[in-house]
Write a protein of this length. Structure first.
Length: 271
């Protein structure tokens, strides 16, 4: 399979997505960066053009809106952009008791983290199948590998991404299209910006000191996208954790997750 020439990255204006864009631009790829904030997208495109002479297209769209995946696909069709590789990276999480989450925010999270991923794989994956060529990378999380109390719907959304990606990979391998799933652990990006510090402080690995460098996570993602492979858990500690989960009863995994993930303010309230 010839290397992709045009890669579309959702959430390409910041965090892990922008780091992947930098690595792909350095390899001479043409990029399509997608996120909500047009100003941040243009700043990213300008940087990549300056640093690497890359051709960068941007499109501002809210992928948490129903039907956004289809609208994005139609937009790139109208622009005559053939998408050789798709990186479904945009996503966010909500830390709280499930019943305390704002209903509209919950809807948006599921729309972005689950529905948009499936929809974009459906549209761009279909075009790739017709061409018998293409690459897809979906960004899940280590949260996908066990129940995540107080992060319940986010972890389940990422479990969807993981299972969906692995199944799609098997379907698409017969059509010359690779599908990989990247599973980062906590990573030092804006992902945690909206979360109350009392919910992420403390000794467990959500704390800032335990977070991975987004450049390392992006490098693992680009390697998976270009080199092929099913699922990549990023970081040795995370790989050990994911492997260990397989040998422990699910009830015990759920109980340990609760102990680790319970926000500090809720621990205090329970005393
Ligand atoms: N950071 C972590 O600890 C961590 C761990 C495991 C997995 N992940 C996963 O990694 C992926 C990237 O996260 P990150 O850490 O790089 O987060 P980030 O720094 O917050 O970046 C998120 C990117 O997605 C875009 N985005 C957010 N909401 C969007 C929407 N509704 N429509 C379109 N674009 C949207 C953002 O731009 P705009 O705000 O301008 O739209 C930004 O470009 C996510 O899927 C996340 O779940 C992150």
């Amino acid at each position: 399979m010839s290397p992709p020439t045009t890669t579309l990255i959702t959430g390409g204006s910041g965090g892990i997505g922008l780091q992947m864009a930098r690595l792909l631009a350095a390899r001479g790829q043409r990029l399509v960066l997608v996120s909500r904030d047009a100003g941040r997208l243009q700043a990213a495109a300008d940087e990549l053009q300056r640093a690497h002479g890359a051709e960068v297209h941007v499109h501002a769209i809210d992928l948490a809106e129903p039907g956004a995946g289809q609208r994005l696909f139609e937009h790139t069709q109208r622009q005559g952009l053939r998408i050789d590789a798709l990186v479904n990276n945009a996503g966010f999480g909500i830390v709280d008791e499930h019943v305390a989450i704002d209903a509209a925010q919950l809807q948006r999270m599921l729309q972005l983290d689950v529905v948009a991923v499936a929809e974009l794989c459906h549209r761009y994956g279909g075009a790739m199948k017709q061409r018998r060529a293409g690459r897809i990378l979906n960004v899940a999380s280590t949260a996908a590998f066990q129940p995540t109390p107080y992060f319940a719907a986010y972890g389940a959304a990422k479990a969807f991404v993981l299972n969906f990606s692995e199944a799609l990979a098997k379907e698409m391998e017969d059509h010359g299209v690779s599908v990989g799933c990247l599973a980062p652990g906590p990573t030092d990006t804006a992902f945690f910006d909206g979360v109350d510090p009392r919910r992420i402080a403390g000794g467990h690995h959500f704390g800032k000191a335990g977070r991975a460098d987004p450049r390392d996570v992006a490098a693992a993602g680009v390697e998976l996208l270009l080199g092929g492979g099913l699922t990549r858990v990023v970081g040795l500690t995370n790989r050990v954790m994911v492997l260990g989960n397989r040998f422990v009863p699910r009830a015990m995994v759920a109980a340990v997750s609760k102990r680790l993930l319970r926000p500090l303010d809720l621990r205090a309230a329970a005393r």
